[in-house]
Design a binder for this molecule. Sequence first.
Ligand code: SF4
Ligand code: SF4
Length: 200
Amino acid sequence: MLAKWQGKNRNNRREIHDAFRGRLHNRVEDCIGCISCARKCPVECITIEIERAGRDEDLGETRNVLHLKDGATIVGIVEGDEKLAPDTNHERNTNHEKKTTVTIQDLEGQTHTYPSDQVESIIARRKKRTRIVQYDIDMSLCMFCGLCVESCPTECLTMGSKREDSAFSVYNLEDLISHFVEPPVEETEAQKGEVEVSNN
Ligand code: SF4
Ligand code: SF4
C-alpha cells in the first residue's frame, strides 16, 4: 500500500524574505542596448545582439520608473518635467502652502499623483537608438549577484521578488535560458508555396 503524507501546514506558505533574489526579467521595450549589464556580469551569462537605428529612424523613448519612499515602484510616463527634483516645484495651493506633485501614467493607463516629498527618485526617459535583436540570460549560470541590475540605466532589467520567480528546471537546463526577444519567424517552404498560390 502506498503511503501518502501531507504536511499539516501544507497551505501555509512561508513569507518570502525581503532579500530574496529571483529570476531576472528584462522589460525589453525599455532596453537601450547599452550592454552595460553584459559587461558587468562576472560569469558572462547575458547574450545581447543589437542593431543601430537608421539615421531617420525613430525607435521612440524608454519609460520612466518612479520610486517612492515607501519602497513602491511604478513604471510609466511622468507628466510634466520628469527631471524636476522632488520638492523643488513650489506651486502654492489655496491655503498658500507649498504643493508639489508628481503624476505618472502606469502601464495599465491608470494615473497616479503623489506629493513630491513621497518621491525618492525618477528614472528619466531616454531616446532609443538601437534595436534589440537578441537578449538572452542563461539562469543556469547566473549567481544572482545583481551587478547587471545595478548597472542598468533605464531599470528595465529587474530581479524577481516572488516565490514564482524561482529559477529551476526539473528536466532540462535549456529551460533556464530566458529569451526576451522573439526570433524573426522563418518562412517555411510550405508558407512560401501558399503565398505563390494566392498570388496566381
Ligand atoms: S545577477 Fe546573474 S546575470 Fe546578473 S551579473 Fe550577476 S551573474 Fe550575471
Ligand atoms: S543595462 Fe539595461 S538598458 Fe543596458 S543592455 Fe542591459 S538591460 Fe538593456
